[in-house]
Design a protein around this ligand. Structure first.
Ligand SMILES: Cc1cc2nc3c(=O)[nH]c(=O)nc-3n(C[C@H](O)[C@H](O)[C@H](O)COP(=O)(O)OP(=O)(O)OC[C@H]3O[C@@H](n4cnc5c(N)ncnc54)[C@H](O)[C@@H]3O)c2cc1C
Length: 390
């Protein structure tokens, strides 16, 4: 009997969901071997990186312990290349892992290459290490200005957190549109009032053209002095897939078919922020709420294919956008499946409790899936928004 090797690259929200599903559903079988590769042994709760960046403690969640007892293997290392021709992956440049089926789940990072000076002078929340470097810098700064460039939800959460944890610092939030632009009027008004209460200076219509060692330059020539710049604008996926010749979109995300297989390399499944996944309403944008279901779906599809069954199309509909505004306030915009805002939203302390419950939920969900894999199969399929597409 030959053993089918499934290799999962990246233990973020999506990759961990895929790995634990595969591990739990193949426990005790010796015809399938599951290996999970990740840069760290500790699970990075990306949703809490703005807490790490402001010196707050987050829980240590151990990935090998999660897999313990399932038979799945964990490899700690940095993936440097993949070769679909030989079905191999290079880790830390000196190890080579073979696969029959690959799950590509390396996530995405802020785009630090498009605007000059970002790579050299700006901080990011791309990894726990980056967040810790920023935390150290903020802690040492007795006074001064922190510019948060990009006022999407990561920028809003970060600006609010920095202003709350470091009230002596001036925090300027820059972006093209008004913060919370995709929310309904009430949610948006709450978000903007909270930023005002925390003393965050909001500048809209601002296009950063360059980051300098001590300032940011805007289109039109204005410069804003900055002791620290946090860059949260734009996203791009790791360059590995493109370098390996997989079909990718303009952000480097692996383009998938309806079942989450790469359109160019069907033995590669792509999930989470690393994948360009089309639904009836458009391409999924990176979230944890959609990332975990993509991981579960890829795992189930791989096992269906091994059992000689056709994989099913992936369907997903959004249901909420929870945004923290410091530790005691938040706003939760409930959404239609296509992510457009509903009329209902939650604000204030109840929203902060809701946001915390959502942020804390992935790890218990993985633990539950380890015992009962079918418990991971519940997510909104999007109803008429995703029905009958492809
Ligand atoms: C501050 C902040 C707040 C956020 N808040 C929310 C929110 O409230 N709700 C929401 O839905 N989304 C939120 N997001 C977005 C969310 O975090 C992402 O959509 C989600 O993390 C995507 O999951 P993923 O598994 O695709 O990727 P990730 O979680 O980024 O995981 C990728 C994994 O791959 C590993 N990796 C990457 N490259 C390599 C390599 N070459 N070798 C080895 N390992 C590698 C990484 O270390 C990581 O463990 C937030 C993001 C940030 C930064």
């Amino acid at each position: 009997m030959t053993t089918h090797k499934v290799l999962v690259l990246g233990a973020g929200y999506a990759g961990t969901a895929a790995a634990i599903q595969l591990a739990a559903r193949t426990k005790g079988r010796d015809d399938v071997e599951v290996t999970l590769v990740n840069a760290h042994e500790t699970f990075t709760e990306r949703l809490r990186l703005h807490l790490t960046a402001t010196g707050q403690q987050v829980a240590e969640l151990n990935i090998p312990e999660l897999l313990d007892g399932t038979g799945a293997r964990f490899v700690r290392g940095w993936v440097t290349a993949l070769d679909p021709g030989t079905r191999t992956v290079r880790v830390d440049d000196d190890r080579v892992l073979h696969y029959d089926t690959l799950v590509y789940a390396l996530g995405g990072v802020a785009d630090t290459v498009t605007v000059p000076g970002v790579e050299e002078h700006a901080h990011t929340l791309n990894s726990p290490e980056d967040a810790e470097v920023l935390a150290g810098r903020l802690a040492r700064l007795e006074q001064g200005t922190v510019v948060v460039a990009g006022n999407g939800l990561t920028g809003v959460e970060s600006a609010a957190e920095i202003a709350e944890q470091h009230p002596r610092l001036r925090v300027v939030l820059l972006g093209r549109r008004e913060p919370g632009a995709a929310m309904n009027r009430k949610a948006r008004a709450h978000l903007q009032a909270a930023l005002g209460r925390l003393g965050v200076e909001v500048r809209t219509g601002a296009e950063v053209t360059k980051v300098l060692p001590d300032a940011v330059e805007l289109a039109g020539g204005e410069t804003i002095p900055a002791d620290v710049v946090l860059w949260t604008s734009g996203t791009r996926a790791a360059p590995l897939a493109a370098a390996a010749g997989l079909a990718v979109d303009d952000r480097g995300r692996v383009i998938t078919d309806a079942t989450l297989r790469s359109v160019s390399h069907p033995n590669v499944h792509a999930v989470g922020d690393a994948a360009a996944i089309s639904q009836g309403y458009g391409v999924l944008h990176g979230t944890c709420q959609s990332g975990m279901p993509t991981g579960v779906h890829a795992a189930v599809s791989i096992l269906r294919a091994l059992a000689g069954k056709e994989p099913k199309p992936f369907r997903f509909g959004y249901y909420h956008t929870p945004v923290s505004l410091g530790r005691h306030d938040a706003v939760v915009q409930f959404t239609h499946p296509d992510d457009s805002p509903r009329r209902i939203c939650l604000t204030g302390r109840p929203a902060a409790r809701y946001k915390e419950a959502v942020t804390a939920s992935p790890w218990p969900t993985y633990l539950r899936m380890k015992k009962m894999p079918a418990s991971g199969a519940f997510w909104p399929r999007g109803g008429r928004f995703t029905r009958g597409v492809r």
